[in-house]
Design a protein around this ligand. Structure first.
Ligand SMILES: [Zn+2]
Length: 440
């Protein structure tokens, strides 16, 4: 594990904010150099101008080239704002005790470094790797992986593999790694209502309709207060949990108390408890208001009748929900409820993916995780979204998430950090996965 910390610091200190196109090219180059230094052949792949490059790495195994394991990661990071809440500059890479601080320290540069170091360790000690290794490291994950599907299609043969280790994996508050078998999908839309051509004095509210009310009425028809989505046929294509899924969910620990404490909340949606809360986390669909704007929200009072109102909504999708079909269902719903004046703008749609728990790849990763961490947890899906469906669909390979992301490591927030002990354990775990995967 030569230079694990110093190499991670180097990566953190190179800003790479995809949302602002800041440092993207430089960071891709740095990753390429780092891969090369570790003995991994690396090149920069491009799609077209204006699209972040993918860094591709490859090592062929001398003794077993019949199986190929892919590591999917990303070198881009989230923006750093609000700046004043950081204790140190966001790209400091400062080491304090067991923690390395900085944007990207965990998400995803920390995860990437464990994989590079695992391959490097194998090459240095044995001169070989137990199976073929491929790295696909993209630069647009934090803005929604807009082009990964096109990259996967263009480089389908180059990327061919038998299994994918996903870009991250959580470690819970008791230091148990979570082996995740899926990601939820996402449909992100903006709904807007417009009435008068300009804001008006609010005394005219007796005559002029208020678009904020209009939008609130429309949004209110989408979901009941227990979180159930009321759009017709929204759940139609969803397959219920299998018996095995339910067994896995029941076994999965979930510390309701510390979860609530972390967010300062007293109860969950629909007062869910126990198994229901766990089922929702891994397999629940949502209709979430991400933001709502209209009229005046500044200091003091301003009596105004806004001319327009806008809401951003994200729907988490679960397996078998097709984003295109769901958009049609949403459109139809608004129309039949009498809201055809509400405009719909679609930002992003991607389907969910889930690897079959009986796939032999799953037990290999579980064994490796148990051996390196002591005890691991199997989870049928992460609660978040990632482009896993594109990988499964294009490469026909199972995807599993396992990694070093401590659940409270403040990813996407100020003072993001990575835990050194977890980085080291994960590197060992990745070595074991390679060994077990390559065993014939
Ligand atoms: Zn992220």
């Amino acid at each position: 594990m030569n230079n694990l910390i110093s190499d991670l610091q180097k990566l953190i200190r190179q800003p790479s904010i995809s949302a602002k196109n800041e440092g993207i090219e430089k960071c891709a180059k740095l990753v390429q150099i780092m891969l090369n230094k570790s003995g991994i052949h690396a090149e920069i792949l491009r799609l077209k101008k204006g699209v972040a490059p993918v860094v591709y790495g490859e090592v062929k195994s001398k003794k077993n080239n019949s199986k190929t394991l892919m590591f999917y990661n990303h070198y881009d990071v989230q923006p750093v704002e609000p700046l004043d809440l950081w204790d140190d500059p966001p790209f400091s890479g400062k080491l304090k005790g067991n923690k390395i601080f900085g944007r990207g320290s965990t998400d995803d540069k920390g995860e990437l470094i464990t994989r590079i170091k695992a391959v490097e360790a194998y090459l240095k000690t044995t001169g070989d790797v137990p199976c073929n290794i491929k790295f696909v490291i993209e630069g647009e994950e934090e803005t929604g992986s807009a082009h990964i599907d096109q990259y996967l299609k263009k480089y389908k043969n180059k990327f061919a593999c038998d299994g994918v280790i996903w870009e991250f994996g959580y470690v819970d508050s008791k230091n148990r790694p979570i082996v995740g078998l899926g990601m939820k999908g996402l449909l992100y839309v903006e709904l807007s209502a417009k009435e008068s051509i300009r804001d008006a004095h609010s005394s005219f509210a007796v005559l002029i309709k208020n678009p904020a009310w209009r939008l609130i009425e429309a949004v209110k028809t989408l979901r009941d207060s227990d979180g159930k989505i009321l759009i017709k046929e929204w759940y139609r294509d969803v397959k219920p949990f299998s018996k095995k899924d339910l067994e896995i969910i029941a076994r999965e620990p979930f510390d309701e108390k510390s979860f609530k404490k972390e967010f300062g909340i007293k109860s969950f949606v629909a007062n869910k408890k126990g198994l229901d809360a766990k089922k929702a986390l891994v397999g629940g669909a949502t209709c979430n208001i991400a933001g709502f704007v209209s009229g005046y929200t500044g200091d003091g009072a301003k009596t105004v009748l806004p001319g327009k109102a806008l809401v951003k909504i994200d729907f988490r999708l679960i397996p078998q929900m097709d984003p295109k079909k769901q958009i049609q269902r949403l459109r139809k719903h608004l129309k039949t409820k009498g809201f055809s004046d509400i405009k719909i703008k679609v930002f992003h749609g991607e389907a969910a993916a889930r690897t079959n728990p009986s796939d032999p790849f799953v037990s290999k990763v579980m064994e490796a995780a148990d051996e390196s961490f002591g005890k691991s947890i199997l989870s049928i899906s992460n609660a978040g979204t990632g482009p896993m469906f594109s990988f499964v669909n294009n490469l026909k390979a199972p995807c599993i998430s396992i990694g070093s992301t401590f659940i409270f490591s403040r990813i996407h927030s100020p003072n993001e950090f990575a835990r050194v002990d977890l980085l080291k354990k994960t590197t060992k775990c990745i070595c074991l996965i390679m060994a077990k995967f390559g065993k014939v």
